[in-house]
Design a binder for this molecule. Structure first.
Ligand SMILES: [Zn+2]
Length: 322
């Protein structure tokens, strides 16, 4: 009997030892995974100048324009796109079905470069859905207020701010809009008074332009919403990753790629943004935009900053940077 009891006890002790070891190993593996995940930056391209950026447990959206409405009678529209066309006097409507499909995680912050519809127009719905705080100009915030986003969620900025948050910081950089229409683009309008719904497409005016330097724990990302920048504002920034606008209007700017990369200390990773045809839904070919805008840009980077690696983003696919 004594023998039997001893055997049972030693069996139990053996099992406890094994369980304890397994638990310790599991905890070790878990903390290692979390540690290595915390080092990684994940970027997902929404098209236009739109991004989801995550490091650790912080998720920030930038200019999330996901509706990709068919706009007017633009030659960029596709014959295969059977959706209705929107014109400047039409009331803007987000494609909430697509947004709900695409946004699958909690969002902490939304940064908005300027208030044109391909940057801001889905932010009211996304801010309401996620409760994320928005960092944007007064014009953007007036539009968000009209949609009922509470003041508590809105951080109005003008450029020059450098804000520390819990696990990241954001430097807000004054910038200028792309030189559209053969450099005839100029729009000084802003929304400074409260405005009422419904908002038409044409109500999404520029309202001043910004760039952002987002400093996560392990990576620094410089974002852009236009193919333009102010030299004295970006000079001396040292991002690891730069997301420069590479639409055709970059060619209006003196040595755009060469100057931008030199001013920002030749970032290790260059990911072109705002090059796709955002008038067609996800899944439509972007081959033309890649051939005409992205490929020539890659050649510009090779000459201007040969040690930089260019990553061409694919809609909704995650890029992981160690
Ligand atoms: Zn714009």
């Amino acid at each position: 009997m004594q023998f039997a009891i001893n055997t049972t006890f030693s069996n139990i002790r053996f099992k406890l030892n094994t369980i304890l070891k397994s638990v310790l190993l599991f905890l070790l593996a878990l903390s290692f995974t979390q540690y290595s995940n915390a080092q990684e930056l994940k970027l997902k391209y929404f098209g236009g100048a739109g991004w989801e950026m995550s490091e650790g447990n912080v998720t920030i959206l930038v200019d999330p324009y996901i509706s990709r409405l068919k706009l007017g009678d633009s030659p960029s529209n596709s014959k295969d796109d059977t959706r209705k066309s929107y014109y400047p006097k039409d009331v803007y409507q987000s494609d909430t079905i697509t947004i709900n499909k695409v946004l699958d995680k909690k969002v902490d912050f939304i940064l908005v470069h300027h208030s044109h519809l391909d940057h801001l127009a889905d932010v009211p719905y996304i801010a309401k859905k996620t409760g994320a705080k928005v960092i944007a100009t007064e014009t953007s915030c007036k539009i968000l207020k009209a949609y009922g986003i509470p003041e508590d969620q809105l951080l109005r900025v003008r450029g020059g701010e450098d804000y520390q948050f819990d696990k990241f910081s954001v430097r807000v950089i004054p910038s200028i809009h792309s030189a559209l229409d053969d450099k005839h683009y100029y729009d000084s309008r802003q929304h400074t008074e409260d405005i009422d719904l419904p908002l038409k497409l044409e109500d999404f005016i520029e309202g001043k332009s910004l760039m952002f330097l987002v400093r996560f724990k392990n990576h620094k990302v410089l974002t852009a919403g236009s193919m333009n920048f102010i030299e004295r504002e970006v000079g001396g920034l040292k991002p690891d990753i730069i997301l420069p606008g590479v639409n055709f209007s970059r060619l209006e700017i003196y040595k755009y790629t060469e100057r931008l990369l030199a001013l920002t200390n030749f970032p290790k990773i260059v990911i072109p943004t705002h090059w796709d045809n955002f008038r067609v839904p996800y899944g439509f070919s972007q081959a033309d935009a890649i051939a005409k805008k992205v490929n020539p840009f890659i050649e510009e980077v090779k000459l201007a900053s040969p040690n930089s690696k260019v990553i061409v983003p694919v809609h909704l696919e995650t890029i992981t940077i160690k």
